[in-house]
Design a binder for this molecule. Structure first.
Ligand code: ATP
Length: 361
């Protein structure tokens, strides 16, 4: 397996720039997810890494080698398009062996790899079965096996679970990640689904409009989002954003939202135009009688162990996550207190997260 490095990758389609100078390093063994909304350029980035699209500018290295202008077949990377794409007239064994025969791998080596993949994916029992009659889970495993058996330097996957229903999707996501951990295969995985990305990735690159906004572990992306877009794209329900009315000064520990003073971590920089937006996740807002923000309960969503409370405040709707047992009713007046150590301030003009100190300093 190998490291993948892309440097200043740019892709133009006519006058439109789909990927605007992306640089990324996918470490050997990473499960690296390209995450972003539809049209942000993730598929185009992946296709350039695969060799299916030629970059307008930039460089791609796999295992140290410059492959920017090499054809897909010469890159030794397995692109798993659609995990269901199998040859229907062949049995499992022949489907698995097909890529090796195409590569001219010797018979003994083919048998050894077949045995290894069958054991890894737990499909030893079904090798002689026609793929037509297999359950969708087994089909998916066979398709994965066909990619693994080649022993490529890396795997590329573009929404491979997109066509599956929710339950099966979760199951396959778990299997894919477990398989990745067993064979430590460098993987680049494209999805627009943030839950899937958070659950599967070792590292995530969040993309928007052709740019990479942030690269980090799921926890880094969730806890220290670099921009308002990243903060809003990851997490359900989404982060609350409240406009701060008065300009803020460096070192401040209070911001004014709708006339109320809300405590935050000390601000270490001042935004150019002084305007900021406070961002806080629903699980980091407490319902508190003496909370600085006031509002009325507008909605209650029961979610099993938790409930999501929507509070109408003068600064807009604020979602709060509380234990399901808490008795609340629509229309009730409540106070809200954002957790000072978990609230973020974003520059309202640039949307960048502002540097803040620790809660205690
Ligand atoms: P999706 O999940 O919808 O595929 P994406 O993030 O993968 O989104 P891309 O498929 O990379 O996005 O597309 C990025 C942008 O480039 C889109 O606006 C798309 O319309 C445009 N685009 C992609 N391929 C081409 C092409 N061959 N010709 C012209 N425009 C293209």
């Amino acid at each position: 397996m190998a490291e993948i490095r892309v440097h200043n990758l740019l892709k133009r389609f006519g006058a439109f720039i789909a990927v605007k100078g992306v640089s990324l390093t996918v470490a050997d063994g990473d499960f690296f997810v390209l995450l972003g909304p539809s049209g942000c350029g993730k598929t185009t980035t992946l296709r350039m890494i695969a060799g299916l699209e030629i970059p307008t500018e930039g460089e791609i290295r796999v295992g140290g080698e410059d492959v920017t202008f090499r054809r897909a077949a010469q890159r030794d990377i397995a692109f798993v398009f659609q995990l269901f794409a199998l040859y229907p007239h062949m049995n499992v064994r022949d489907n698995l062996l097909f890529p090796l025969k195409a590569q001219g791998v010797a018979r003994r080596e083919r048998q050894a790899r077949l045995a290894e993949v069958a054991r890894l994916l737990r499909i030893d029992q079904i090798l002689r079965r026609p793929v037509g009659g297999l359950s969708s889970g087994d089909r998916q495993r066979v398709a994965l096996g066909r990619a693994i058996i080649r022993r490529p330097k890396a795997f590329l996957m573009d929404e491979p679970l997109g066509a599956l229903d929710t339950e099966f999707r979760e199951l396959m996501a778990e299997e894919l990640r477990a398989l990745h951990d067993r064979i430590a295969a460098t993987t680049v995985y494209v999805t627009h689904d943030q839950t899937e990305a958070m659950a599967m990735a070792t590292r995530i690159a969040v993309m928007d409009r052709g740019n990479v906004l942030q690269v980090g572990t799921p926890a880094e992306i969730y806890e220290r989002p670099a921009t308002r877009f990243v903060a809003g794209f990851v997490g359900t329900p989404v982060m609350n954003f409240l406009p701060v009315r008065l300009p803020v000064a460096a070192g401040t520990r209070r911001v004014v939202i709708d006339g109320a003073e809300v405590t935050v971590r000390p601000l270490r920089e001042v935004p150019a135009r002084g305007e900021t937006v406070l961002g806080v996740r629903p699980e980091h807002v407490a319902l508190a009688d003496d909370g600085p923000l006031r509002g009325q309960i507008y909605g209650l969503e029961y979610m099993g162990a938790r409930q999501i409370v929507t509070v109408e405040t003068a600064a807009g709707h604020v979602k709060v996550r509380v234990p399901a047992g808490e008795r609340l009713r629509i229309g009730e007046n409540v106070g809200l207190r954002p957790d000072p150590s978990r609230a973020h301030l974003f520059d309202a003009a640039t949307e960048r997260a502002l540097v803040m100190g620790n809660a205690d300093g």
